[in-house]
Design a protein around this ligand. Structure first.
Ligand code: SAH
Ligand code: F3S
Length: 484
């Protein structure tokens, strides 16, 4: 339980993001990122844009010329956390008077100009599609004006910007492939804050990966709100695909094809992807995963609820039965697959029976990992406008505990299945608990720790699993894998 809560907290924790400094850069940028991996990757794009404007990153808030916070709106708690951070910046600004403060990301998009009124400390408000305008906006700010750009775009994918890697381990990195989301789940603010869905040119995706591989990166996670819905037909919104020319439609690249292109061109690089909405997951994707050893056998497949009534109210485009069928198909094609969930408890109208359906579905799948949340009403969403947030807080809390406890049981069931096996692990860093041990992950995304011996960061090593907790495998390396 403690462990799962920690994961949830880590998901919304912000931290100062830094990279190597350049001598010619004279200004100091303190940048923090809250929320999803997409935000983290966006912060890397922002750092790349500001690098060209003469900014180095710093970990010391007090010495920053510019403080940027990349924000998350997904739940109320994420927004409260950011507001608290702004108070901290405010205290620092009393001493460092020339410090400028900017808000990026989903909260910027949601609150727009209102942010400037509500939080006096804020000088700059920039939505997720407007980062290329930062140099102009900063000029305005430096002239003493407030600056806002929250325009959402039909085309912007930042495909032409090579992100500056922040807090990187030099081994694994994220590459964005889609932006926005068209799914309109009734509880979710993302379609409003990140706009309509669009895909990035596969050429620029492959070029970015080429550069990463040249720098010795070993694992790439392809990112999007809804990666399985990836569709490149020459640019433009996903929803306008039907209006494209016959030629453009015939030569379009979908997610399975993109995965195949990546895995084929870089056979020694591991590929992961996130997030997969079950309704967009195709058989082709699963077959492509089966075909390539270097596509990791792990799918984050959020279901949100195990109840058909809830799925319908949430506007998820599949039933509980269809989801179970998908899970069956996945295990049939790739028996060693690991699956994880996102679950929302206490959504509008959720009955005790709906909740039991969720627990039962979890029992059926036995997920390896999970991210579980109590429903948090978001202004502007369909649920926020039309449905009553009627499950009392204490009931939400109790249901959440039940879901988390069950997930922990399943996580242990899954980690135990690795005992005695020898698995390929990519070394990603030193174990937090023991500096004599490496930490890495197997193909299923399960963390493994083992004695360092002569192995190095970035090595692919075969590790024999000897013990486990519900979150971690413990083992000993038996040699290099043939992937080095
Ligand atoms: N694109 C992903 C979800 C992105 S948001 C998908 O396909 O499902 C990440 C997770 O936050 C969601 O899966 C959901 O479980 C949770 N979430 C989103 N809105 C929420 C809300 N209003 N209250 C509680 N949890 C929420
Ligand atoms: Fe949100 Fe549903 Fe898209 S959860 S990000 S609207 S798939």
């Amino acid at each position: 339980m403690e462990h799962v809560e920690k994961i949830i907290d880590e998901k919304i924790q912000g931290k100062a993001l830094v990279t190597e400094n350049k001598k010619e850069n004279t200004k100091k940028l303190f940048i923090e990122s809250y929320g999803c991996q997409m935000n983290m990757n966006d912060s890397e794009i922002v750092a790349a844009i500001l690098d060209k404007q003469g900014y180095n990153t710093t970990q010391v808030l007090e010495e920053a010329d510019l403080v940027l916070v990349n924000t998350c709106s997904i739940r109320e708690k994420a927004e409260t956390t950011v507001r608290k951070r702004l108070q901290k910046y405010n205290a620092v600004k009393q001493v460092n008077k020339k410090m400028k403060v900017g808000v990026l990301g989903c909260m910027a998009e949601r609150l727009k100009e209102k942010f400037l009124e509500e939080e006096k400390i804020v000088d700059l408000v920039v939505g997720p599609d407007a980062y290329k305008d930062l140099p102009n906006l900063l000029e305005e700010v430096n002239e003493g004006k407030d600056a806002v750009n929250v325009i959402l775009s039909k085309e912007e994918t930042y495909g032409d910007i090579a992100p500056v890697r922040l807090n990187s381990n030099g081994v694994s990195a994220f590459v964005s492939i889609t932006r926005g989301c068209d799914n309109m789940c009734t509880f979710c603010v993302v379609p409003f804050t990140r706009g309509r869905e669009r895909s990035r040119d596969p050429k620029s995706i492959l070029e970015e990966i080429r550069q990463m591989v040249a720098k010795n990166y070993k694992e790439i996670t392809l990112l999007g709100q809804n990666v399985d819905s990836f569709l490149w037909y020459g640019g433009g919104l996903k929803k306008d695909f039907n209006k494209a020319s016959e030629m453009a439609q015939a030569t379009a690249v979908d997610f399975a094809q993109l995965l195949d292109m990546c895995a084929t061109e870089f056979p020694k690089t591991r590929f992961r992807f996130s997030t997969s909405n079950p309704q967009d997951m195709s058989l082709d994707v699963i077959h492509t995963m089966a075909k390539h050893k270097n596509i990791c056998k792990y799918i984050h497949l959020p279901v949100q609820s195990g109840s058909n009534a809830m799925l319908k109210a949430m506007n998820r485009q599949h039933t509980r039965e269809e989801y179970m069928e998908l899970v069956d198909t996945i295990f049939k094609i790739i028996p060693e697959m690991a699956l994880s969930q996102d679950m929302i408890v206490g959504f509008c109208g959720e009955t005790e029976q709906d909740h039991k359906d969720t627990l039962e579905l979890m029992e059926y799948v036995k997920y390896d990992f999970g991210f579980m949340f109590a429903y948090s009403e978001r202004p502007g969403t369909l649920a926020g406008k039309k449905m009553e947030d009627d499950v009392p807080a204490d009931v939400k809390k109790r249901r959440l505990t039940e879901v988390i406890d069950l997930q922990q049981k399943h996580a242990l069931y899954r980690t135990k299945q690795h005992l005695g096996k020898t698995e390929e692990v990519l070394i990603e860093g030193t174990s937090k608990k023991n500096s004599n041990q490496w930490k890495g992950r197997n193909t299923q995304n399960t963390v493994i720790v083992f004695p360092k011996e002569h192995y190095k960061l970035g090595d692919f090593v075969n590790v024999k699993v000897e013990d486990c907790t519900s979150a971690t495998l413990i083992g000993t390396a038996v040699g290099y894998s043939d992937n080095n």
